[in-house]
Design a protein. Structure first.
Ligand SMILES: Nc1ncnc2c1ncn2[C@@H]1O[C@H](COP(=O)(O)OP(=O)(O)OP(=O)(O)O)[C@@H](O)[C@H]1O
Ligand SMILES: [Mg+2]
Lengths: 297, 258
């Protein structure tokens, strides 16, 4: 019979452990570098090439009446389109996603319906963006006969946003301790008010982060927008009628042209897109900071 | 304000597991009743059946009767939310709302249930914090987060929050188990003060505490692991601690237990 024994007593750190510690440390730093290199180089390239045309004219003019070889022009129509489409998509996806997550975490008690919903949310996470675009194209535009519009694009984008919002919110709601719900119940607060006034505010920061991830993801989508919003060189501020533009489409169309002025416009468009996503992120963080107890403290 | 609670033949289940069985007792108004007994004998479970918090847990059910004076708490058309508003609860672990300031925590029960003017709320918050012996320590930082207080202060904040809605009964599940002796004394003083206005039930593992604060004591026990917990005996605290009727009670309080 053998017995397991541990070496006891206070001893110096063995050489083997010292070496292992060093090796793992080096590996972790390497992995970090490998992850950061592409990120920094992308940012560097976009800023370096984008600044050439990142000017007032670019931000305030459209491409109307600008020929393939002309200089000038801008992305105003695309910026307006991106902002409107992403806003509409969020207006559709965030309430539905939030309510779904609230149902799953607070009300379902793990029933059959909840498992079915969870399953379909997982399936939705895997939908390629072009399929979401094709679906809206086939259903909304071809079958129901509506025209290309920013709203059609927003619907396609909201299909892509919804699973991200549901999953992020669900995880955040599950992190809220049961103690807090019970504290509210014990004060005689009805369940729905407990959710609205205690559970959701406690999870707010995490939910905002999840929504911003979803926004950032769809703001860069090209294919579903091309299929549903179509394409235009002119300013169209009405997202419900007629083709619009958005920044990924703008970049896509400009970089196909074989001259430097168009390529510069594409880079400036990429810079604008990154800035918009960063600004939205900052705004969301400000909002959740504004509501957080840290500020009050 | 304070009311009597009568319990008759009460069983509570978690799914199909029967956690407590056949409990019958009367909790007197304007007094402190202590629940003692070994871990797992169903003290918390029983306490939570008194304000319908038990059924909040998925699969948990209750059979039997609980009456608050002349009202049946488990009657078919009784709103559990109104029961919880009438019978307040303080939990073992302090659980202030982390997103709210000290003021908002105390005002939460009122604010979440209706509309009140700022001055009404100011009055209630001050009164409740004074009632919980916390006012002097926090009056200069009412608008700082409640989670920034010490454990003992947080527990008194939770008591202030519970008494701010003016319940008729206050249930406390081991309110001092996470606290140092000084905070424990502060809360025991508070309990003695509150019993002039409220009916108080306190679960405790601390015999001295039960002896110090309570007027009546109920001893719970379970026959064996996996069996439902039962009420062994209930009497004046002095009697339970000096001259208990049951052998099991005597063994438990003298520490000659299991
Ligand atoms: N949420 C739950 N789900 C299932 N069973 C539970 C749950 N809570 C408690 N129980 C069971 O019910 C029985 C009584 O538990 P309870 O928490 O009421 O004991 P207690 O007397 O308060 O113990 P302690 O003194 O350790 O707090 C135990 O057997 C426990 O395992
Ligand atoms: Mg307990």
């Amino acid at each position: 019979m053998t017995t397991a024994t541990l070496k006891t007593g206070i001893q110096p750190i063995s050489t083997g452990r010292r070496v292992k510690d060093r090796v793992v440390q080096v590996l972790v730093y390497l992995a970090f570098l490998v992850a950061v290199v592409p990120l920094v180089s992308v940012l560097y390239l976009v800023i370096k090439n984008g600044l050439a045309r990142f000017d007032m004219e670019f931000l305030t003019h459209s491409m109307r009446n600008i020929g393939p070889n002309d200089a000038g022009g801008g992305a105003y129509h695309a910026i307006v389109g991106t902002l409107e489409q992403v806003l509409l998509a969020s207006l559709i996806a965030v309430p539905i996603g939030l309510l779904t997550a609230v149902y799953l975490v607070e009300y379902s008690r793990g029933g059959r319906l909840a498992r079915a919903i969870s399953f379909f949310v997982d399936v939705m996470t895997g939908i390629p963006s072009v399929v979401a675009g094709l679906f809206i194209l086939a259903f909304w535009i071809l079958v129901l006969g509506f025209e290309f519009s920013g709203f059609a694009g927003a619907m396609a984008l909201s299909i892509l946003m919804m699973p991200t919002v549901v999953r992020a919110t669900e995880e955040m709601l599950r992190l809220v301790p049961m103690d807090l719900r019970e504290a509210a119940f014990a004060l005689g607060v009805p369940k729905w008010r407990t959710i609205v006034k205690v559970v959701l505010p406690t999870a707010l920061t995490g939910i905002v982060t999840g929504v911003m991830l979803a926004v950032a993801r769809v703001a860069g989508e090209t294919a579903p927008v091309l299929l549903t919003v179509f394409f235009t060189d002119s300013i169209n501020t009405d997202p419900f009628h007629g083709p619009q533009m958005d920044l990924p489409l703008f970049i896509f169309s400009q970089m196909q042209l074989p001259n430097q002025t168009a390529i510069d416009r594409a880079w400036a468009g990429a810079l604008t897109l990154i800035l918009i996503v960063m600004l939205l992120n900052l705004l969301a963080r400000l909002i959740s900071w504004w509501r957080s107890p840290v500020r009050k403290g | 304000m304070a009311k009597q609670i009568e319990v008759a033949e009460l069983d509570a289940y978690y799914g199909s597991h029967k956690a407590i069985e056949g409990i019958t007792m009367t909790v007197e108004p304007r007094s402190v009743t202590a629940f003692i007994g070994p871990s797992g004998c169903g003290k918390s479970t029983f306490l939570r059946t008194l304000n319908r918090m038990h059924e909040v847990i998925p699969g948990a059910t209750v059979q039997g009767k609980v009456r608050l004076e002349d009202q049946d708490l488990y009657g078919p058309d009784v709103d559990p939310v109104s029961v919880r508003r009438t019978i307040g609860m303080v939990f073992q672990r302090p659980n202030p709302f982390p997103t709210m300031s000290i003021f908002d925590n105390v005002a939460a029960g009122l604010r979440l249930n209706g509309r009140f003017s700022k001055s009404e709320l100011n009055g209630v918050v001050e009164e409740s914090l004074k009632g919980a012996n916390l006012w002097n320590e926090v009056k200069d930082r009412l608008h700082k987060p409640g989670s920034g207080l010490s454990g003992g202060q947080q527990q008194r904040l939770c008591i202030a929050r519970a008494i701010a809605v003016r319940p008729q009964v206050l249930l406390m599940d081991e309110p001092c188990s996470a606290l140092d002796p000084i905070s424990t004394l502060a809360i025991e003083d508070l309990i003695s003060k509150l019993k002039t206005e409220y009916t108080i039930v306190i679960v405790t593992h601390n015999m001295q505490q039960a002896a110090r604060v309570s007027d009546r004591t109920a001893f719970f026990n379970l026959a064996a692991q996996g069996q439902p917990g039962k009420l062994i005996e209930m009497a004046e605290t002095s009697k339970i601690f000096t001259n208990p009727t049951e052998k099991a009670t005597e063994d438990y309080i003298t520490g000659r237990f299991g």
